[in-house]
Design a protein around this ligand. Structure first.
Ligand code: FAD
Length: 306
């Protein structure tokens, strides 16, 4: 069996692997796609100490760093079940099974897409999902935020300080964000809020975004907004479908962890975007991954399994 088996090969999983391997213990990483969300990212400008890089380049660096240690990397493997026990079992979709004394879950999350024409085509060319990451790219430009929940309204407030104008588009009849956020939003002069609006298309000039089309759900009238960027903020979905019923999850489906990354199952730790940790960022996922592995190591030296 492994001493530490990590499920997920994004920034959190890679950091967990490096920290475990450096303890000289048997370490494995099983991942569907090594690199994780970073592979879908263009520019990264907020990983502290790296002024600027690109997602695929960052992912390669993660993999090379992990490969410089004795770590079993099992790529293109989907975990389908976790079976708790003295030895924890991870069942794979291909029928295989792995056993380990401790497990670090780092399966990440995915942004919920709005699924309208233009979204995929202009991803990273005006269509963005992370205001902390991509906000500064739209400095002085016009953007829309789709989604009037807490994350959408927070994004609109954040972006209003950077861009020339923000149009917030909400599908329902009213915003769903906390009242304090709504008050702040309405106090901003360069924000327009449009409710009962269904986004039907993100338009572009074949290179980058130049507008957004929405339908007024009350009148069926179709409107176009000219702009340079669209932030889709309709939810982040944690990759925990395979863990439902096994481990304690929040009502958003995130794995509940304590300050040490411990989950509801002894010997099982979790890190990164898949957990309840606030703020989903690479630098945070990396720190959480390191922490989860150190906690796993701590668990190993205190437990009787040898
Ligand atoms: P992930 O990166 O999501 O990795 C999850 C890993 O788990 C992957 O290897 C995946 O294949 C694997 N996996 C999932 N389910 C299973 C399963 N059942 N079995 C096996 N493996 C599984 N953050 C920043 O800090 N700066 C940025 O500039 C930035 N830009 C972004 C741009 C975009 C377009 C996106 C989508 C995200 C961006 N982020 C950025 C956020 C950042 O990418 C995430 O916070 C970070 O990748 C989270 O790391 P993670 O390891 O927790 O999860």
């Amino acid at each position: 069996p492994y001493d530490v088996l990590i499920v997920g090969g994004g920034p959190a999983g890679a950091a967990a692997a490096i920290y475990a391997a450096r303890k000289g213990i048997r370490t494995g990483v099983v991942s569907e796609r090594f690199g994780g969300q970073v592979l879908d990212t263009l520019a990264i400008e907020n990983f502290v100490s790296v002024k600027e890089t690109e997602g695929p380049k960052f992912a390669t660096a993660l993999e090379q760093h992990v490969k410089s240690y004795e770590v079993d990397i099992m790529n293109v493997q989907l975990a389908s079940e976790l079976v708790p026990g003295k030895l924890i079992e991870i069942k794979l979709a291909n029928g295989g099974s792995l056993k380990s004394k401790t497990v670090v879950l780092a399966t990440g999350a995915r942004w919920r897409e709005i699924n309208v024409p233009g979204e995929r085509e202009y991803r990273n060319h005006g269509v963005a999902y992370c205001p902390h990451c991509d906000g500064p790219l739209f400095k002085g430009k016009r953007v829309a935020v789709i989604g009037g929940g807490n994350s959408g309204v927070e994004a609109a407030i954040d972006l209003a300080g950077l861009v020339s104008h923000v149009t917030l588009i909400e599908f329902g009849d009213e915003l769903r964000a906390d009242a304090v956020l709504q008050r702040k939003l309405h106090s901003l002069k360069n924000v327009t809020v449009i409710t009962s609006a269904q986004t039907t298309e993100i338009t572009g000039d074949s290179k980058k975004v130049n507008g957004l089309v929405y339908k007024d759900r009350k009148t069926d009238a179709v409107h176009k907004v000219e702009l340079e960027g669209v932030f889709v903020q309709i939810g982040l979905v944690p990759n925990t479908e395979w863990l439902k019923g096994t481990i304690a999850l929040s009502r958003h489906g995130e794995i509940e962890v304590d300050a040490k990354g411990q989950t509801s199952i002894p010997g099982v730790f979790a890190a990164g975007d898949v957990t309840t940790v606030p703020f989903k960022q690479i630098v945070i996922a990396v720190g959480e991954g390191a922490k989860a592995s150190l906690s796993a190591f701590d668990h190993l030296i205190r437990s009787s399994v040898s």
